[in-house]
Structures are given as C-alpha cells and as structure tokens.
Ligand binder design. Structure first.
Ligand SMILES: [Zn+2]
Length: 268
C-alpha cells in the first residue's frame, strides 16, 4: 500500500478543501500519517485519524516552535490514543533560528539549541512511556553544526529503538551512520528536483530500501512536476517513482517495501 509517512493535512493550508484532499487519498487507497507541530495541530491530526480510515497521527512540538509554546508533557500525553503511532516532529532546526516568533531573536544561538534539546528529550521520554516511534526533524544552516549528527547522538545516548529522520537532507556519510544504528530515513519531494539534489539522490542509491520511508511533508516541498505548488499526500507516488528510477527497480517494489518499513516502524 502507498503510504505518506509525513503529511500536515492538519495545517491551515487545507482549511478550504481538506475533505477533498482526503478524498483523493481514499480514492488511491493510500495511508497517511499526519504530524503535529504544536499542541493544536497535534490535536487536529488526532481528530483526522479518528475520523478517517487509513489515517494515523503523530503528536509533538516542532523545534521551530519551542519558543512559541511551552511543551506540556501531560497535555501531549493526554491526546494520545490508538491512532497515534509516533511522537514528533521533534529535533534540531539550525535554519530557522532567527525566525521564531516570540522572543527567540533576543536569545543566543546556544540558548535556542539548548531549549530545542530539552524539548527533544521530553519527546523521547513520552515516546518511551507510550511505546511509540519517534519522528525527528533536522535541518542544517548553522556553520559547523550538523543537525542530523546531533540528533543521532541523542538517539543513541538515549537508546531510542524506533525512529525516523524525516525529510533527510544530510550527506551519505551521515545517512550511513543513521542506517547502521537501525533508524530510518524519510525521503521527500526534493529527491525529484533537477538541481541541488545530487547528494540526496546518492543517499537513495546507496542506502538499503528497507531503511527508507516515502513522505511528502505537505503542504511543503511538492515534488516535480508540481514543484512550487501546494503539496498533498497523493504526490508521494512521485517520490516512489524517483527512488525506483535511482535504484533501477520497479515503482511497485518501492511502494511495497516502504509500506512494510512503515508498518514495522510505526506498528500499523
Ligand atoms: Zn513536517
């Protein structure tokens, strides 16, 4: 079964036509995991999962929002039900450091990173308590700091067993370390781009298919041929198609194996 393991149909970008977008997913008979970025969008992800077949949810506070909202462990814990399959997205974002709403502009970079780390550790605690997978977000941007390595270091130190590094944008060496530790790599629309996609395409070619997941991160990062427009879960098929092309296998095989991977990681 086709599955988009990282979507945000819970975001306001879909307020005018959410049910139509969901209908297109149902016609394709695909599964979708909607991921929360704050408490409110986490609650909406849970509601979408409750009301729709083949939809699941993840709850968490995105690292770019750690100064917009206090991570309340008990509030997040309270909304977890049997359609919630992961905690996240959580991790390190070194790109949006100066763009947080609220007070982050006045803070030192080191303080922002320290807060992202504190909140990340809280997510790990919640995932362990509820026996859920962890969806990690990493983004580089700060000189000499590799968000993916920083995430990996914590996952290993905290002995996290089930995790995906979603929308992977690191290099082959980092990808290799992630896979070696048994974690998964989320592959998104940028793999289809014609420019600046060489490293990601190399990652896909070299990493084993049984450690890859396919995602859209919609409404962002629409793959070719929809680049620049609003993304939606059905477009995850273009990601599968590109992976198939890069690996010289069939699209059906990519769809089947990434479904098995998702089933295993998220216990669907
Ligand atoms: Zn996301």
């Amino acid at each position: 079964m086709l599955i988009d393991t990282h979507a945000h149909l819970n975001f306001e970008d879909y307020n005018i036509d959410r049910e139509k977008v969901i209908k297109r997913c149902q016609i394709k008979e695909m599964a979708v995991i909607n991921v929360g970025a704050q408490l409110e969008t986490s609650m909406l992800a849970v509601r979408l999962a409750e009301n729709h077949h083949n939809m699941y949810a993840a709850v968490g506070l995105h690292p770019i929002h750690v100064f917009d909202e206090e991570f309340d462990y008990y509030d997040f814990r309270a909304i977890i039900n049997n359609k919630v399959v992961a905690v996240g997205e959580t991790g390190f974002d070194y790109y949006h450091l100066t763009f947080n709403r609220g007070c982050a502009q006045e803070l030192l970079t080191s303080e922002v990173i320290a807060e992202q780390k504190r909140v990340f550790l809280e997510h790990i605690r919640l995932a362990k308590e509820k026996d859920l997978a962890l969806i990690c977000h990493g983004r580089n941007g700060l000189e000499k700091r590799n968000a993916y390595n920083d995430i990996l270091e914590i996952l290993v130190a905290e002995k996290v067993e089930r995790a995906v590094i979603h929308c992977f944008g690191g290099d082959v060496a980092t990808a290799r370390e992630i896979v070696k530790r048994g974690y998964y790599l989320g592959i998104d629309g940028p793999v289809t781009f014609t420019k600046k996609a060489e490293e990601l395409q190399r990652v896909v070619k070299e990493m084993p298919l049984d450690h890859l997941l396919i995602e859209t991160d919609c409404p962002f990062l629409a793959p070719e041929p929809h680049r620049g427009k609003r993304n939606e879960p059905i477009y995850v098929e273009y990601v599968a198609e590109k992976i198939a092309e890069l690996k010289g296998i069939s699209k059906a095989e990519v769809i089947e194996q990434t479904w098995q991977n998702a089933k295993y990681l998220f216990r669907l």
